[in-house]
Write a protein that binds this ligand. Structure first.
Ligand code: GLU
Length: 309
């Protein structure tokens, strides 16, 4: 553990002096207010060991990282029939791209691009009012993180709704192709709110433990999903978790990861650890610039690539 803590402290010190930090997302105006100098990292080992450094206790908007949790919930709800409505291939396109959806007749490439995650929200809305579906997602996140203090940042959700023209376009397209069962504004209400969940690196790393542990949280003696399902979610995180930067992330870091435009990344070392990092500035693919560099350094130092022997 002391080696890990030393690695995190060194990363935090290096990142404080980084010459470039990327651009904070401002297309959701509320996110544009975040201080670009923030940097936090947390690692939870499967044996229960915890190491953190920097602003690891400060909540930030998890944005698309929430798509990992909604996917786990939707698979629990409808099982493999989900794959009739959403694909499992990397998109090679930006997170909010619409062109592929037209060409592929309303079936989004994967559950982590916006169009795919909107379909997943639609699945979770079935049989519920939006408020209930949002409550269920929040309860799930709280339960896997074992933390009842996690909340949704309503200002971020309203800010995204007020400026979410592209997501409205995607939802309308999906509806036009018959791949949305509810009114676009209702499904998007669920989507915007789960993207607006606020968590610290420590809470997020805790929430990812089941993915590092074949679907189980040993300290709580709780099976969240099957081992097979955890493996598959990890595979999708590796191949699709960073949009059109997924190949680069796999090449440089070599572990499954899911990024969000709030600057967070949840990364999983299967069988070993759950990691969350946060630095608000994004690279040109919309993924945390320093967060990706930090994970590359950490994975190298700890020899955590899933491809190393
Ligand atoms: N709520 C964001 C959006 O739909 C999520 C994007 C992301 O985090 O990559 O634009």
């Amino acid at each position: 553990m002391s080696e890990l803590k030393a690695a995190l402290d060194q990363i935090v010190a290096e990142m404080a002096n980084a010459p470039e930090r990327g651009e904070v997302a401002s297309y959701i105006p509320e996110l544009g207010k975040v201080d670009p100098a923030k940097f936090g990292i947390a690692v939870i080992m499967n044996d229960g060991g915890v190491a953190t450094a920097g602003d690891a206790d400060e909540p930030f908007s998890i944005q698309s990282i929430s798509k990992v949790f909604t996917l786990a919930l939707a698979l629990g709800r409808v099982g493999d029939t989900l794959w009739k409505r959403v694909g499992r291939e990397p998109s090679g396109t930006p997170f909010n791209s619409i062109v592929q959806l037209e060409r592929e007749e309303g079936i989004p490439r994967n559950p982590f691009i916006n169009a795919g995650a909107i379909v997943v929200s639609d699945v979770l809305l079935a049989g519920h009012q939006p408020r209930e579906a949002i409550g269920e997602i929040l309860s799930f996140v709280r339960s896997v993180a074992d933390d009842e203090t996690i909340v949704i940042d309503r200002d971020v959700a309203s800010s995204e709704r007020a400026t979410g023209y592209r997501n409205f376009a995607l939802a309308n397209y999906l509806k036009g192709f018959g791949n949305l069962n509810h009114a676009p504004e209702l499904t998007l209400g669920v989507y915007f709110h789960h993207c607006a969940i606020a968590m610290s690196c420590k809470q997020l790393a805790n929430a990812g433990r089941f993915l590092a542990n074949s679907g189980r949280i040993p300290s709580l003696n709780h099976t969240v999903i099957s081992g097979e399902r955890a493996r598959r979610i990890n595979a999708l995180m590796l191949t699709c978790g960073h949009y059109d930067g997924s190949g680069e992330f796999a090449f440089r870091v070599g572990i499954p990861g899911k990024s969000g435009v709030g600057g967070g990344i949840l990364a999983i070392v299967p069988g070993v650890a759950s990691i969350a990092v946060w630095s608000p500035g994004l690279n040109d693919r919309g993924n945390s610039m320093l967060g990706s560099i930090a994970l590359e350094q950490l994975a190298k130092r700890m020899n955590w690539s899933i491809f190393s022997s």
